[in-house]
Structure formats: structure tokens, C-alpha cells
Design a protein around this ligand. Structure first.
Ligand code: AMP
Length: 415
């Protein structure tokens, strides 16, 4: 079932959203992107004449009630965003009455799902090495099913619009779907858009396809790099991993970030790229700094000849041009991870060059997906988020999807 084809009139819908919004020390929301992201789905249900039960996690309360992570803190913001009153259920597993009393057009927000260990379904207080662990895990899985069944009992329809947690098989993100018929469960609009964006990158590829992987380490990106190697025409590897590649090929990287235990891996990636005819583009020059700070002294040096006492913190001008030239001609673009320490204003040029080239390609008709934590922060910092095709809201979920893994939150609806 798709959300567009469903008429929610007279139905109670329980919707899993990702309202894990950042709060300041006074419990005030500092960034409401995630609430805004869920609005199309929530408003569709209300405007059809349905009633709405909203559920989410916030933070990591580790299965215990903790006022610091209470969703009561954001109830008024949700009400304001929806333009209507929002009732609050202070115990998500005992909201039967509040749910039963909901009338069409009314909204109930459940307290943080992760106040119950059943949500994540991991046994608590027992070590993995403990001989009793397997039994505890089995018992917790049963409790998780009962918890999911309880949540499901509040509503006629289940909608999952929480892409940020789609890679987790939690009670509210996946297990709950077992308690609804196929025609009564669906993805929300945000989830649909995310799934479509990943599909554009992994299946419906327009060529040339250029992926830009940056960030600090190659080790955390290897799953994605390997999956992409079978799909891309051009693979730009930048950021801190530049120096692991430079050293692996016999270069001198001074004090740059470098994973010495991943040199073989870097050589293997270079070999695989050749075998698969992938144009691997690595940085040739860099902006080296004499300390890890915004105000450090800098010099442009070859990425494989960095003096001791200096560390590469950004892509150099020759590299920036090479990256931009490849990106500008692409028809499909994926960007994950910055080309330098973009948090320091003096080391944003590499990431900026990538972002500008992506915008140029997008203007010429390319599909561009920016996702995974820091690259999203980059396009936001540069004010370019509206100039790319899609900015993903899901960090870990997006990366797992790009690695080619099936997301339990999506599979639970579609299978
Ligand atoms: P990741 O979480 O692996 O995507 O890495 C993102 C982080 O990589 C950002 O905080 C950047 O500051 C950092 N980063 C990018 N380039 C470098 C570099 N050359 N040296 C050290 N850190 C870097």
C-alpha cells in the first residue's frame, strides 16, 4: 500500500517518526529539521480525517525512564508544526485509553519508546560472553514482540516514516509491522523519498556515475566503497583517507591522519578499481597545516610529500580542479564525507569545490544525493542544500542502504 492511495478517514494511524531532535540544556529544540520532515505524512493523515498516534525515540535512555529524553519537551513544538492540539501519553506501553478516545483529526504523542528495553530488543544488564546471554536474548525477543503488539493494538494502520532508524529491527520500526495486514501498513512520504533516492543511486543509474567519499577514515567507508566499485564510473576518495592511500603508495604524509593498518586495503582498492575499470581519483596536492587548528600556518604541498610537523587538512588547488572536472560531467552523483576539516573555516575549500561542482552538474540535469552526517553539514554550511537533488536525513540508514544491505524498516513493509 502507498500512503497516497490510502484514505485515512475514520482510521487511527500509528506513525513511527524520527523526532530524535537535538535539544539545548533547557530542553529547547535547536534544529527542527526532523519534525518538519515528517509533516507531509502527518498532515495527509489528519486532512483525510484520520486520527494520529505519533511515536518516536529520543536519545539513548537505554531502556529506562529518563526525563532528559522525554518527548513531553517537544509536544508544544509538534503541536505548533501541525497547527493543532497534541495530547500526550506519558507511558507508551499503557496508552490504550488515550488511543481509544482519539477522535478524527486528533493527535496523540507517545512518550519515548526507548524508555522500554523492548523497543531495541537487546537484553539489558548481561554481558555477551555470559553463558545465559542467549536465553536472555530469546526472552527479550519475546518481550519485544509483546511490546510491538501492544503498540499495534492502538491503531488500524501503521505508517513508518522514520528513515533514520530504518536500519534497525526495533519494535516500532519493524516488528510492529507483523501485526498489520499488507493493505494496512505503508511507508510515509519521507521514507518513500529516501528509498527512491537510494534507488536512483543503486539501480536506476544515469551515467557517468560519480561517487565522492570523504571523511576521516577509509576503514569506516570500506563496505560502501566496495559496493560502489561495481556501480560507479568515477570514484573520488578524499578527506583524511587521502593520506592512507598516499602512504600505501610509498608517499610521505608527515603528521597527517593515516591508518597504518589499512595500507594493504588501500592498495587493494586501487587494484580493484583498475580491474573494474573505475576511474579512481585521489588527491594529488593538499593544504598542509602546522597544527590541527583553524589558525594554523599553511602551505600547499604534494599529498605524497608532506614535511614532518605538517598535516594535510584540506584538498589543494590542483586536486580541487581535478575533482570538480569529474563531478561537473556526471549524471548521477553521490557525496558522503568532506574533503577536509570543513569545521575549520580555513579548510573548507576542498569540500566547497565539491559542493559547487555538484550544484553545477545538478543544474545541468544530474541527480545528486548528499548524505551521511558531515556532508549534509557541509551543504548546509555552504547554503547549498536546496541546490542538490536530495539531501538524505538518514546517516547510518543511508550508508547501510548504499552498502547494499536490506533495511529492516523498509523490508517489514514491503515483504
Ligand atoms: P567521517 O565521520 O569519517 O565521515 O569523517 C568526517 C570528519 O572527517 C570531519 O569531522 C572532518 O573534519 C574529518 N576530516 C576530513 N578531512 C580530514 C583530514 N584531512 N584530516 C583530519 N580529519 C579530516
Amino acid at each position: 500500500m502507498t500512503i497516497d492511495n490510502f484514505n485515512f478517514a475514520g482510521k487511527k494511524a500509528i506513525v513511527r517518526v524520527d523526532f530524535n531532535v537535538p535539544l539545548d540544556e533547557n530542553g529547547k529544540i535547536t534544529d527542527d529539521t526532523r519534525i518538519r520532515g515528517a509533516l507531509p505524512t502527518l498532515k495527509k493523515i489528519l486532512s483525510d480525517g484520520g486520527s494520529l498516534i505519533i511515536m518516536s525515540h529520543m536519545g539513548k535512555p537505554k531502556g529506562k525512564v529518563n526525563p532528559k529524553f522525554s518527548l513531553a519537551q517537544i509536544k508544544d513544538d509538534v503541536a505548533k508544526a501541525l497547527g493543532c492540539d497534541v495530547k500526550f501519553a506519558p507511558d507508551c506501553a499503557n496508552a490504550d485509553e488515550a488511543a481509544a478516545n482519539l477522535k478524527p483529526g486528533e493527535v496523540l504523542l507517545l512518550e519515548n519508546l526507548r524508555f522500554y528495553p523492548e523497543e531495541e530488543g537487546k537484553p539489558v544488564g548481561i554481558d555477551k560472553e555470559d553463558p545465559a546471554y542467549d536465553a536472555a536474548k530469546k526472552e527479550m525477543k519475546e518481550r519485544q514482540k509483546a511490546f510491538a503488539k501492544k503498540l499495534a493494538s492502538y491503531a488500524d494502520v501503521y505508517v513508518n516514516d522514520a528513515f533514520g532508524t530504518a536500519h534497525r529491527k526495533h519494535a516500532s520500526t519493524a516488528v510492529i509491522a507483523d501485526y498489520f495486514d499488507k493493505q494496512d501498513k505503508m511507508l510515509g512520504y519521507l521514507m518513500e523519498k529516501e528509498v527512491q533516492a537510494v534507488n536512483n543511486i543503486l539501480s536506476d543509474i544515469k551515467r557517468p556515475f560519480t561517487a565522492i567519499m570523504g571523511g576521516s577514515k577509509v576503514s569506516t567507508k570500506i563496505g560502501i566503497i566496495e559496493n560502489l566499485m561495481d556501480k560507479v564510473d568515477n570514484l573520488i576518495l578524499c578527506g583524511g583517507m587521502t593520506y592512507t592511500f598516499a602512504k600505501a603508495q610509498g608517499g610521505h604524509v608527515g603528521d597527517s591522519i593515516c591508518e597504518n593498518d589499512k595500507l594493504d586495503l588501500a592498495l587493494d582498492i586501487i587494484k580493484k578499481a583498475k580491474e573494474k575499470n573505475v576511474n579512481l581519483v585521489l588527491g594529488t596536492d593538499c593544504v598542509a597545516a602546522d597544527s590541527f587548528s583553524n589558525d594554523a600556518k599553511t602551505q600547499v604541498v604534494p599529498a605524497n610529500a608532506i614535511p614532518d610537523g605538517w598535516e594535510g587538512l584540506d584538498a589543494g588547488p590542483e586536486t580541487r580542479k581535478a575533482f570538480a572536472d569529474v563531478i561537473k560531467n556526471a549524471k548521477t552523483i553521490l557525496w558522503n564525507g568532506p574533503a577536509g576539516v570543513f569545521e575549520f573555516d580555513n579548510f573548507t575549500a576542498g569540500s566547497r569545490a565539491i559542493a559547487d561542482a555538484i550544484v553545477e552538474a545538478t543544474d545541468k540535469g544530474a541527480f545528486s544525493l548528499v548524505g551521511g552526517g558531515d556532508s549534509v553539514a557541509c551543504v548546509n554550511k555552504f547554503g547549498l542544500a536546496d541546490r542538490v537533488s536530495y539531501v538524505s536525513t538518514g546517516g547510518g540508514a543511508l550508508l547501510e542502504a548504499i552498502e547494499g544491505k536490506v533495511l529492516p524498516g523498509v523490508a517489514a513493509i514491503n515483504d
